[in-house]
Each structure stands twice: as C-alpha cells, then as structure tokens.
Design a protein around this ligand. Sequence first.
Ligand code: ARG
Ligand code: ZN
Length: 883
Amino acid sequence: MQRTDNDVTIRLADYRPTAFAASQVEMIFRLFADRTEVETTTTLERRAGTAPDEALRLSGDEIEPARVAVDGETLGPDRYAADENGLTISGLPTAGPFRLTIETVLRPEANTKLMGLYSSNGIWCTQCEAEGFRRITYFLDRPDVLATYRVRIEADRAVVPVLLSNGNLTETGDLGSGRHFAVWDDPFPKPSYLFALVAGDLDLLEDRFTTASGREVALGIYTEKGKAGGAAYAMDALKRSMRWDERRFGREYDLDVFNIVAISDFNMGAMENKGLNVFNHKYVLLDPETATDGDYQGVETVIAHEYFHNWTGNRITCRDWFQLCLKEGLTVYRDQEFSADERSAPVKRIASVRGLKAHQFPEDQGPLQHPVRPREYREISNFYTSTVYDKGAELVRMIETILGADQFRAGMDLYFERHDGEAATVEEFVRCFEEAGGADLSQFARWYNQAGTPVLEVKEAFDHDAGRLTLSFAQSLARGSAGTGTEPFHIPVRFGLVGPNGQDIEASPVSGAAIEGDVIHLRKAEETVVFGGLAEKPFISILRDFSAPVTLKDEQSAADRLALARLDPNPFNRWRALSDLVGQALVDATAAARRGEAAAMEPEVADALIASAGDISLDPAFRAQMLALPSEADIARLIGVDVDPVAIHAARNGVVEAVGQRAGRRFDDLHREFRSRADAYSPDAASAGRRALANALLEYRVAATGEAETVAAQYAEAGNMTDRLAALGILAHRLPEAAETSAALADFYARFEDDALVVDKWFAIQATIPREDALDGVRTLARHPKFRLANPNRARALVGAFASGNQISFNRADGAGYWFVAEMIHSLDGLNPQISARIATAFRSWRCFETNRRAQARAALEELAARPGLSTDLKDIVERSLA
Ligand code: ARG
Ligand code: ZN
C-alpha cells in the first residue's frame, strides 16, 4: 500500500474507548527466507452501547490484507475496505464474541524503519511500541486494548534454531522438511505494543533466579553468534534488579522465563516486551577492552529500567499515549533509585540533574516544549522525550518528597493493588498518593499539564537584633510555545540552614509558608518564611537534592557559595554551590572572550575547584563531578540569548588551561595517585570513580602543558577502554593537530574495526572535535566504508554526535554545519523517520544564537521543511521548531 502523510493531530480530549473489546489473540508466524506469513485470530466482542451496525476500524501501516475471515468464513471484498491507515470491516456480529482472522505477508528484509517485524544481521525481530504492531497485522493497536496472546512460530530449523515470543514456552516440535515450531503463551493480558517475536541463530547465556516467594525463573540473554560472553554483567545487573524490586517495592517477577535479546539495529535503547525484552546491543554487551565505565553504568541502568517496566508499564499500562509518563517517568524514577542504591546516591543525583539540565531544560524552554502529559500530538514517536522521561521522573520524586518515604511507598502499594491488569491514567496514579498519603495533590497535578521550567527566586534578609531570617520566594512560569497554563505550582523546597561549623542549625519557623521537616511547601506566586532564634546569619542551603525541577535564582554572595561548597552537609548542594560559581565564571569568561580578552577565573573559585579535587573526605567519583565543568551547550543555555559558540569554546578552554596551570604540581601528584595501576579491571563504582578522577585531572594537565606525551602513553598502555578512550578523547579534543592524535586515531580503528560498538566511539570522537573545520572530517567519514546510515547507532555516532555534541562546527557562522546535517537528515528520512526526526531535534535551540547563525539555521530548517515527501515524524519536528 502506498504511504501518504496523514497529518492528523490526536487530542487527549478526544479519548474514547474502542467500540469492540479484544480478549484473546492467536498468531501464527511462518518465517521464510523471502517473506513472513502472519495469521492473526482475535476474539472480539461488540461493547455494550456500540451501535449494532457500527463497523470495526483497525489500524494498519504499510500492509495489505491477504485474507479476512470471521468465525472461519472468508469475507468477500464487499465486507472490508483497506486504506493507507487501516482496515474497516462491516457486518460483524451484533452480540457475543466472534473470531476475526486476518492474514498478512511481510518483507522484514525491506523494513528499514525498524518498526514492526524487521531483520537485523539475519535475526528476525520486532519493535512494536508505540505503533509498530499495525505494521504486522491490522489491529486495535492502542494501549487500552488488553488481550492474552498465544504465538506459534514456524521456521527452518537449520537457519532459525531459536524461536522466541512473550510469556512461557508451551510447545515445540518438528514439522518435517527441515522445519520446526514453537508455541509461546502469555497469560497476562497486554496491549499490542508489548508484543515481541525474535527468531534466528542466536547464542544464549543462561542463569536462574528464585523469587522471594520461591518461584523459579529461567533467565536467558540471547546474542548474535559468539557474543554471549559479553552479556555476563548484564545478567548480573538483571539479578540485582530483580532482587531490588522485591526489597524496595515488594514486586516479584511473574512468569517462568525472562528473556533478553541483544540486537544491533535498534531505534531506541531497549524495549520492555512482556517476558522478552529486546535491547540495542549497546546496552547488553560489555568487555573491559571495549566498554567504558559509562557503558557499564548504562547497561546496568537500562537492564534495570526494562525489568522494572514489568510492573510499571506491563502489569499496569497506559490508557492512551498521552499517559506515557505514567510508565516512563515512573520507571526512570525507579531505575535512578536503583542506581543510587547500587552506587553512590549523591553522585547519581548529580549525574541525573546534569542530564536533566542538559536535555530537558532546553527542550522545555524552546520550540519543542510540551507538558509532561502532552495534550496533543501528530506523531507519538516524537514524544519519547526527556520531558516525558526525565521530568516525568522528577514529578514522581517530588511526590515522594512531599509525602515522605513511607507514605510514598503506601501510595505505590495502593497503585499496584488497585490498577494491576489495567490501563491507567495519570489522575488515577496521583489519586493513589492522595488516598494513601492523606494529601491534597490537586495543585501538584499542574506539573503534569503546564509546560516550561518555572523560575524560583529566593531573597534572604537577616535581622541581627531580632535573630530572624526571612526567606522570600517568588515563582513564575513564562508562557512558552506549548501555550499551556502558568498557574503557581506546589513546589517542595528541601532546605537547610548551615552553621559556620558545617552543621545544620535547628531553627524554628515563626511564620509563613508550610514547613514539614526539611521541606518548605510553596504554593503561591509569592511567599515568605521567617525563622527565629538565630544568633547569627546561617548559610542558606536551598533546593537540596534538587527537590524540584526549577531554575533557581538566588542572590547569594560568592563568599556564601564558597562556604557552602566546603561546608554543606548535603553533598548535592555542595556540588551545586561550586557549580553555580563555575557556571557564572564561564559566562563571564565568554563575555570577556567576545571582547577579545583572555579567559580568567576568580582565584577563589579556581582554588575551590582545585581544593575539591584533593579533598580526601569526598569519594573520587564525587570529586570528578566537582571537576567536570559545564559543557559548551550548558554554557550556551546559561547565557540564553545572542549566543556566540566560538566565544564559549575559547572561554571554556581558557578556563581549563588556567585552572590546570594554577593547580600545577597538585594535579600532577593527584593524577599519579589515582591513575590506573596494572591490576585487573573492575567495573565497580569505587574503581570507576578513581578512573573518572584520574582522567579529569589528566585533561586539566594536558590543557595546562599542551604536552601530548603522557596522554599518548596512557592511550598506548591502557588496560581498559575507559582509560584508552579518555586518552583518545583528550588527544582528539585538546590536541587535534598533534601527530600523536592522528596516530592514536589510526591505531584505535585498526585495533577495533571489527567491533561495531567501538567503531561507533571512533566515529563519535571525531564528530565532536571542537574545531570549526571538524565538518570536513565528518563529511569524509560519511563516505567511510564502515559508515551506514541505516544503522541507528552508526547514524547517531556520526550525524547525531556532530549535531548535538559539536557546538562550534554544527553552529558554524557560515551555516555549513546546519546545511550538512539537514542534508543527512533528509537522506536518513527515506530510511528511518524515527531516527531522522530524533537527530533533527538538535536544531531546537537555534533561536538562542546570534543573528547570523539564527538566520542560517532558519534558512536550513525552512528549506528542509519545504522538501516534498518528508515523513510525518520529521515534518512534525521541523515545523514545530520553526513555529
Ligand atoms: N518503552 C521503551 C523504554 O523506554 C522505549 C520504546 C520507545 N519506542 C519508540 N518507538 N519510541 O524502555
Ligand atoms: Zn521505559
């Protein structure tokens, strides 16, 4: 069927249940080399209240009906009509259940969108969320239609020995002439987006898990041939996730098997299909030689995330896609808590907040802004965003802050008990916390519906004679591109008043906004809190642990911030105090660079940074966070308007160099202390923290001296990928012209050219070389024999990394970066619209730049928007970016 763009806006307000209910789905997949035949029989029933002559409307995308039958009788063409969006069947039974059979024939080899059934390195695999099932068969392809599935797969045994689907394996057998079959039964009713099928010649890593109540679960991780050994850490992370969800949330696994498959062509990170999670192999396969500490952490997080979906997403799913944060925000919150418990909680929180500010804040403050629970969309795939995921997680965290740990857990328990087996809404979720916690969350619920980052201003006044401290708060929300409301939020502000000895002072609130424990509950546009009985002015530690996703504006003096960076008992706020000072210094340095002056940093700030590196009371991972300056994109966001990326780059480089020079021997000594010894690699958090600190110090050192020798030696001698890649990154990004750099890049390729995940790193490191002419290199790499636009990881490694990670070359003054990316996106759009649309979001901050770049970006976007035949996905992003 010819595909046409269907430019329809879907609205939350238009939600209606389906006219027919589905209860059971039976599928037969016959896999052949050149085609896959699919026979789907669904038990349906007209709902009470549906008119007896109402037709059944099913969704379909790029498929054709080979046969349609009702209760075994093939229908004539007069009874159904197919169009580019689906199938309409009339004359169906007016009452009682009936069985609808639909046959389709698929060509997985030709499916470059990687949605529905496709083929990846000879493996048949599916991706159905959000609307991929309709590319397999005509169906009520929406999350509120829950049914049990029985799936029979038939294939050639020699070519396709492994046949997998959701649920438990109930039957296998031989069909003669070299063919065999397997039947999988999933007893838990689920929506079609959780359907999965995987088949091929796969390797298997096996293990077992006994649940708290004694259920035996067979665990399996399937990989391409010869790669199962790389799944050992993923398996370990899976077992830890299963145990953690039992302990922390009382959630046990519910099937006899839990399978994971690693796939090399995958649009997203991973997918939580019931009992059969499918993963981008990047989030399964690890080896110290080829994977960094960051990769280990990524695997742990994504394995946990998908596993946790079994309860938050699968057992309780979403009524409609507007409720996506109900499963994604909640599950991100759960995986963040898991990582915090498994590693260092403050370091995890700092990393999460850094990520939120780097990804969600720009989204929330630009043309792609939308509420955590959107009210309309043209293409749902474009709403798997940082706002839904990461801000969605922040909202769950705020509920926990408001209620406290015990009542939060009681609310979660009620949610699981009340909505198990259902497709729920955000309102139902919030109601569970209101009931279990005895709280009124009606004002809090605005967080789901109003887009934008609120600004929270705080002013402090201390009356010495009265011993009183007055904190005045003002919250405001600008009306942004989403055009949603701007009513005041319920903002939980965790705080502490810190004495000169670094201990929190017990101060009694005298009047003002409600305070419970260490949380101030702000509910009005303007509010004050007065504390009494204070002999001297304490240091004010506000918004501890980033208790709400706001832009905080306070008037603290540099001296107070420096004191808090040393003294605050809340580790997160210690980091924030320093980070605020450093951020301001970088903004000032950028202004200086634009005036042609050298970058400098206040000596007190530089000294605080240097001191934190050597503070033995802090663990190395935390110290590495203190040393990690805001990125060039972060600085651009802090500046906000009329941004000149070249000045930012010069300023940031200059500051790193100046700090490195000021630290001198101190950083050299620390580097010697922490750099990796020859001992065996261990991915644990403490070891990773030491490597992170050593490599952060090395970068300052190289910036200060301009010498390639030490870092080239680290590159050559590294016993693990973390140290090798850190060295390569420093060479390529700090000393791009050095002979050592080109030698190391060539060596890296020669060593790892057969490992796709490492070759991705090689592409990405070159795509992000911070030079305006990096574009020339990227153009050359786009013609490299290993560059494959059709592989999402590879496209992201080159084009995505360049567009979102190379501030000065993507945002070149002559616009060449924009035009190149627009061209690549356009080529990609013909293959895989989800990936082209995702990479196009790199344009979202184009209005922040100075006039010339702004004009170039607009021209490139407008030219792209005018091209004929753009996918709905890409068109939606480009048009919203321009609006
Ligand atoms: N539910 C998956 C996860 O976050 C993501 C799937 C997204 N799929 C998509 N087509 N956008 O775990
Ligand atoms: Zn998820």
